[in-house]
Structures are given as C-alpha cells and as structure tokens.
Design a protein around this ligand. Structure first.
Ligand code: SF4
Length: 627
C-alpha cells in the first residue's frame, strides 16, 4: 500500500475525565489536504471545537502532533508541535520543540495525540508501545520540570521520553511552557503549559521501539544522505555548532535586530561582548536536541560561582539570552544564564517571562507602577535580583507576579492607557527578540502571524530581506533578496505570503525549522515526501498545503473574533529607536503599514478585513470552512 495514509495518520484520542484512550485513523481526505502536524491539527481544532470556548476548560483540546517526516531519519526530523487555543491570546496557539519525544511517539505507533477532559488527580499519560494509560501521580505535583522528568524516568524506565509542565503550568500562568528533552527543550510560546495544567495533566511519557514506515526506504535514505552531505559541506552551516543561536547576540545587535530596553531601541552596542563573555565563561559544549541532528545548535552551559551559580544544563538560546539582557538593560551574562535555567525549571516561556519583566521595569520608570505595588520595591532597569524575586512571584501568582502572570496585554489593560503604550505584543503574544526595524518583512509577518507576535511560527521574515536568505523559493515567486532593500515596503506583502506558506511546512511535515535556514528547500521536501509515500509531490503542491493550513488557522482565528484590528503592530516598534546605532535611521521605521497589510491580504485572497474569501477557500479545497 502506498500514499500518505500508509505511513501516517494514527491518532490517539485521550479523554482524561473518563480515563479512556483509543486510537483512530485520520480521515484520508484530511490527510491529503493537510498532511500532518500543525495543518492536520488546524483541521481537528475546527472540527472538534465550538466558537469562543474557554482554552482552560475541560473540553479544550491539546494536540501533540508529529508530521510524516518526524522520526524517519530525514534532516532535522526530531520535532513535535503542540497546537491549542492559547489562554494568553485567545487565538490559535502553537509551539514546537525538538527532542527525541516526537520520533519516539511515532515509534510507539502514534502520530498525533488529542487530549481533552480533566483528570481527577494530577496525572501522567503513559504511552508505552501499543498500551496507553492515564496514571494518577500526585507526588509529582510542585516538582520542577527536571525533577519531574527524573522521577518519571526512574519509575518507568530511562528509555521513556517525557514532556512535562512545571509549577508555572500547574498554577495556570498564561505563558507556561511544556518541557521536553530532559527538561532542556521548550514548547514555550502561547501557554501550552497552562492548558496542560488545567487538565491536571503533569506529563506525557512515551516509549516506542517500532519502525517508522517509509514506502521506498533505499531511495529515502539516499536522499537524506545527499541532503545532509550538502548541508555539511556548506561552510556557513558550521555556525550552528560553533555559536548556536546565541551567536545571534552580536549579529542581531549589528543589524538593528536586537530589541533593547523594552523595545525603545533596536541595538545596544553590547551584543558582541555579551556573546564573548558567554563563550569564555559559560559555554561548555554543543549538542543535538534529538539523536540524529547534524547541525547541533544546542548549548550546554553553567555558571561556576557567584550569586547566579547554575548547574550544567542545556539552554541559553539567543531569544532567552536577549530577553534577559538587552530587554532589561542587564549586562550580567551569568544572570541571564541563570534565568534561562530557572525558567526551564519553572516551565515558563523565556520570551514572555523576559518581556513581562521589561514591561514592569518600563512601568516603574514611568511611575505607572510604584514600590507599594511590589512589596515596597521598585524594579529598576538591570535589577536582576529584583527580577528573580518577581519571577518567583509570577510562578506562585503572588502580588505583582499575579498581574504579570496574565501576560503584558492583560496586565497593561488593568494598569491603563499609559501602560498599554508600553506593552509590546500582537494579539496578546509578547514580542520575541527580533526587531522589525531591521527589515520590513518581519513587521508584517508579526502582524499577520496566526499565533501573534511570533518569529518562528511561521518564519523570521527578516531572514529574507535583511538576512538575504532565499530558502530556494525564487523559482516559486520570492524576489531575490540580494535585489531587495531591507527597508523597502513595496512588494513585501506578496513576499511574506510566500515565506509564510513555506514556513508552515516544517510544522506540518515535522522537522526543525533551522534546517530550512541551513538549506533544506521545498524541492528537497517534495523529493523526501515522494520517497516516503511512494507517490509524486511537487514543490508547488507542498506550498499549497502550507497555504491551506495557514488559511485554516486563520479561519479558526476569525471564528474566535480576529479581524484587521488584531493584525496591527504595537506603537513602540513603529517609533524611531530612542538610542543606538539606528537612532537616526528614519527608514528603519515602517511608514505605511496599512498599505503592506492590504498587499498581504490581497496576495492571500482575503477581504479588506482579513477574512479568507469564499473564493479562496473553495480554491484551496476548503469549501467546508466557508461560513
Ligand atoms: S538545529 Fe538545533 S533545534 Fe534544530 S534539530 Fe538540531 S539541535 Fe535541534
């Protein structure tokens, strides 16, 4: 038997309230339209939920989705994608993590898990080859993510892979993460940890040793070998292991891509020295997040001594290091390393955590927050002792921490208009550590991304117009970035549409997005999918799948009330940088966002309010989504 259905589509449905698990096959029609991962999850969410449901209610689904390439040996195939309605934003929530969890799930015979209901007691979902069980495990409650993982593995076996929440998820902090890979890898954005916590589900543990099905094994293996060889022979790809994403500190600072002082500027002039300090004092070794990664961007790091002494752990990604340095005007790299470790132990998204602290510092500076709002203590720029104290209060939801645990949008709306001007978010999701004043494609990408202000779902727009990457998409209509001015606005709407369709594919097919940056093209993906399924695919068809999934997620968002107003950008990033290398660079600020937005809507086939038109949905084979 050939085709996608022969290699992918086993869905484990778990009802925690009833304690019942059962396996179903994905519908063939849905597989053909959406393939897997975040695409199939969009279809499931639209079919299985009603408008305006509470994301923390028992009926809210949490979907753990792999893609057809996950666990196959394809380049970067260690992904798992969590899809849900975000309690932070109220719209489409999605968060990817790399680790051996996704490949192990597939080896256990499960491709997608849909979790609904609420367990009576704090519990763990155990998936062991062909057996499934919801196991009450109250002793795990309140433990850090690494202690939970350790305890589960001690009890069940070291060959289990674990995804778990920490105290932040248990306490329903709106930006709680789910941690994988021995608590070192986060599905951080949008608050999946809170959704899991609301279900009394502390962890999912999986063991599997079966084979992931491939239709034409030899052809598939040869293709993987060829692509890997090509990636390794590109000298530019040595940067992944040599510097990890942390090396971006220096490059982003130089490019005006480093949000600084809660987005008052887009450069700081200190990125290079921060990175040098990290390399010399904290960095221990590079490594992969799953067995088989050849790029090895993972960082093992520590702080040997001093107030922020931190054990050897994996973390310290660029995003985390930036939110805990430049966002806060903190020059103490040891403190940022400590923050990375602590957030992972609490199960907190590091981007949102650093963002709410930067927002609080801004509010204290402007007199919107006063010492009496925080047990008599003001939080000044760079105050890391105060930041750690507040982080703990966020996790336990005490005092000011309780307000910040709701995210910057909700906190600002309670504090008033002046605070709202300081809250940097789109659709309620705090801004990640790339500044749209570095390239106009990123600003538009942030505005229209289905999850909110997100750099990785679907893609970092500035990698094209500022970073000059073409992702092999020039034959598919993407303008050659070498001929594009990063500060230009004309044509960016059309380009971002193509970038978004492509950026969906790693999350649909189940592989690490960094491999797309390293040189895996849509044509490679078409070849891999053909060998995997024994059927023919073209790059064009795959981009259509990306477009379809993107539209389905937008339909979900429109159903939940999203309109053009929600695609607008926060005021702060539409202002001239207040200081730094780009302070005089007028062109770095978007001059006509409305025009870019309309160009994007037009390229998408959406109406002027950002709604997918009937004509577009019919063209994509999504007539059932016409409302
Ligand atoms: S490049 Fe980094 S994130 Fe991607 S699979 Fe490898 S180690 Fe994981």
């Amino acid at each position: 038997m050939q085709g996608l259905k022969a290699v992918f589509g086993k869905i484990l449905k778990v009802d925690l309230s009833a304690g019942v698990c059962r396996v179903e096959e994905a519908e063939e029609g849905a597989l053909n339209l959406f393939m897997g991962g975040a695409g199939l999850a969009a279809d499931i969410m639209l079919k299985e939920t009603k408008a305006n449901y509470d994301p923390l209610s028992s009926e809210a689904p949490l979907i753990i989705a792999t893609g057809p390439l996950t666990g196959t040996g394809a380049p970067g195939c260690g992904s798992v994608d969590l899809c849900f309605k975000s309690p932070l934003t109220g719209v489409w929530g999605e968060s990817r993590s790399g680790s051996d969890f996704g490949p192990t799930l597939r080896k256990a015979g499960v491709d997608v898990v849909i979790i609904t209901g609420k367990a009576k007691e704090p519990s763990v979902l155990v998936i062991d080859e062909g057996c499934w069980e919801v196991r009450p495990w109250p002793e795990l409650k309140s433990l850090s993510t690494s202690k939970k993982t350790e305890s589960i593995k001690d009890n069940l076996g070291s060959d289990f892979e674990v995804g778990c929440i920490g105290p932040a998820g248990e306490n329903l902090v709106k930006f709680a993460s789910v941690m994988f890979g021995d608590a070192s890898r986060a599905a951080g954005r949008s608050g999946a940890g809170a959704v899991m916590g609301s279900k009394n589900l502390l962890a999912v543990a999986v063991r599997g040793k079966g084979k992931v099905p491939i239709a034409e094994t030899e052809k598939f293996i040869n293709l993987c070998r060829d692509i890997n060889r090509r990636l390794i022979s590109d000298p530019g790809n040595a940067v992944w292991a040599n510097e990890g994403t942390t090396g971006e500190l220096a490059r982003a600072d130089a490019a005006g891509d480093l949000p600084t002082k809660n987005w008052e500027a887009n450069s700081w002039g200190k990125g290079k020295e921060l990175f040098s300090y990290f390399q010399e004092n904290n960095f221990v070794s590079a490594g992969p997040c799953y067995k088989g990664c050849i790029l090895k961007c993972g960082r093992k790091a520590k702080v040997d001594s001093g107030p922020w002494e931190t054990p050897l752990h994996e973390g310290c990604e660029y995003e985390t290091m930036t939110t805990f340095t430049a966002y806060l005007l903190n020059e103490d790299v040891d403190a940022a390393v400590h923050a990375s470790w602590l957030c992972n132990e609490f199960g907190l998204d590091t981007i949102s955590a650093g963002s709410v602290l930067a927002f609080a510092m801004d509010c204290f500076e402007k007199g919107i927050l006063k010492p009496e709002d925080n047990d008599g203590k003001a939080l000044e720029w760079g105050d890391m002792e105060g930041s750690f104290e507040l982080l703990r209060k966020i996790v336990s939801k005490e005092g000011l921490g309780g307000l910040l645990a709701e995210g910057v949008r909700a906190a600002a709306s309670k504090l008033g208009k002046e605070a709202q001007d300081l809250a940097v978010h789109v659709k309620g999701l705090e801004g990640p550590a790339h500044d749209p004043r570095s390239g106009k494609a990123l600003g538009l990408s942030y505005g229209v991304a289905n999850t909110g202000m997100n750099h990785i779902h679907p893609i970092e727009g500035m990698a094209w117009d500022s970073g000059k990457m073409d992702f092999g998409l020039i034959p598919y209509g993407l303008p050659d970035p070498e001929k594009v001015d990063r500060y230009g606005e004309e044509g960016k709407g059309k380009a971002v549409k193509i970038l978004h369709d492509f950026g969906m594919l790693p999350d649909i097919l189940g592989f690490c997005k960094f491999y797309a940056y390293a040189g895996v093209t849509v044509d490679d993906l078409a070849d891999l999918m053909a060998a995997l399924t024994g059927e023919q695919f073209t790059g064009e068809e795959l981009l259509k799948v990306g477009e379809r999934a993107y539209n389905a997620q937008r339909v979900f968002n429109v159903r939940e009330g999203v309109s053009k107003e929600d695609d607008l950008l926060p005021e702060k990033i539409l202002r001239q940088p207040a200081f730094g290398k780009y302070a005089q660079k007028v062109e770095c600020v978007i001059s006509d966002y409305e025009k870019m937005l309309m160009e994007y809507y037009h390229a998408r086939g959406w109406d002027e309010n950002g709604r997918p038109t009937e004509e577009k949905l019919l063209e994509l084979g999504l007539g059932h989504l016409v409302r």
